[in-house]
Design a protein around this ligand. Structure first.
Ligand code: NAG
Ligand code: NAG
Ligand code: NAG
Length: 276
């Protein structure tokens, strides 16, 4: 009896400890994936729910706004032109097997989506539409698009509900609002953007780094490199800056997973926001 009691108590204590240790990471993961709102949206909202207010554009009318994207050749990105017909688009294939001159290409398949984003800016710097949205190639999906911060993780909804005046007012807007991952206090000692990496990336750009203006010790931004900027904000830097940033991506020995991640946590700084 005493043995059984002791065993029960030990088990209870053990489970309580496991719960306490795992609670925070589990809660964080549920929040990252927006699990609650995803289920609510899928179960209780009709498929067209989120887009009810949306009026499709008249045929042939695209706005003063563009979606820029990197894709693998195998990715299906037809949803961009089919469902977001009021946006212009520039979709770069980073691993093309075709010589087709109409396929937008990047100088190398390096640095993940950052290579396409910078290539678009460099090549079109003098002729940018008013708003530029940089997106990933997945339309939706609980796992593949978990970082898309609409209830059903859907970039069509995100673009149809994007407040362009808000982008205009702010110059740069992260399309993800959840702070995790990337901007929780514990994450702002950014493992990817160390002061050394920061100096390396910005060396030779108009971001002055000297005795008074140092590399920031803390860097934080909502993750995942989907954001919108105005052409005015892009033009606050000379074209050469973007060229210099892309040269870093082309020349760095870091793996793509790392160099892409570095850029992911620098876009807000590149476009004029505080480091955190
Ligand atoms: C951007 O510039 C490239 C290179 O000049 C050009 O091929 C492409 O059509 C431009 N993209 C847009 C959307 O204007
Ligand atoms: C859109 O953004 C503008 C500028 O910040 C703001 O005044 C307006 O209330 C926003 N509209 C909606 C529907 O949130
Ligand atoms: C140092 O950088 C700051 C911020 O970019 C700038 O205002 C200042 O003029 C720079 N100082 C020197 C000596 O270049």
């Amino acid at each position: 009896m005493r043995l059984a009691l002791r065993f029960t108590l030990l088990t209870a204590v053990f489970l309580a400890i496991v719960y306490l240790v795992l609670k925070a990471p589990i809660d964080d993961r549920l929040d990252q994936y927006g699990v609650g709102s995803y289920i609510k949206d899928k179960v209780f909202t009709s498929a067209k729910g989120a887009a009810l207010d949306y009026l499709p554009p008249l045929p042939g009318t695209t706005g003063d706004k563009i979606i820029v994207m990197a894709k693998l050749e195998a990715d299906d990105t037809r949803w961009v032109t089919e469902e977001l017909a009021d946006w212009q688009s520039a979709v770069y294939t980073v691993n093309p097997s075709t010589e087709d001159p109409d396929t937008l290409k990047t100088p190398a398949n390096k640095g993940r989506e950052a290579m396409a984003y910078l290539t678009y800016i460099i090549d079109n710097y003098s002729d940018l539409p008013g708003t530029i949205a940089f997106l990933h190639s997945h339309r939706d999906g609980f796992f593949s698009s978990w970082h898309t911060d609409t209830p059903s993780h859907n970039n069509v909804d995100a673009m149809r509900t994007l407040n362009l005046s808000f982008v205009e007012e702010n110059g740069y807007v992260n399309l993800r609002c959840k702070r995790s991952p990337g901007c929780l206090e514990a994450q702002t000692h950014n493992a990817h953007v160390t002061p050394e990496v920061y100096l390396e990336v910005f060396r030779g750009t108009s971001t002055q780094i000297n005795e008074t203006a140092q590399a920031p010790a803390l860097v934080g931004a909502a993750c995942c490199a989907q954001f919108a900027v105005t052409s005015e904000q892009v033009h606050k830097r000379p074209r050469e800056d973007y060229d210099t940033l892309r040269r870093w991506l082309l020349q760095t020995d870091e793996k793509d997973a790392k160099s892409g991640r570095v850029m992911e946590f620098l876009w807000h700084i590149i476009f004029g926001k505080e480091a955190v």
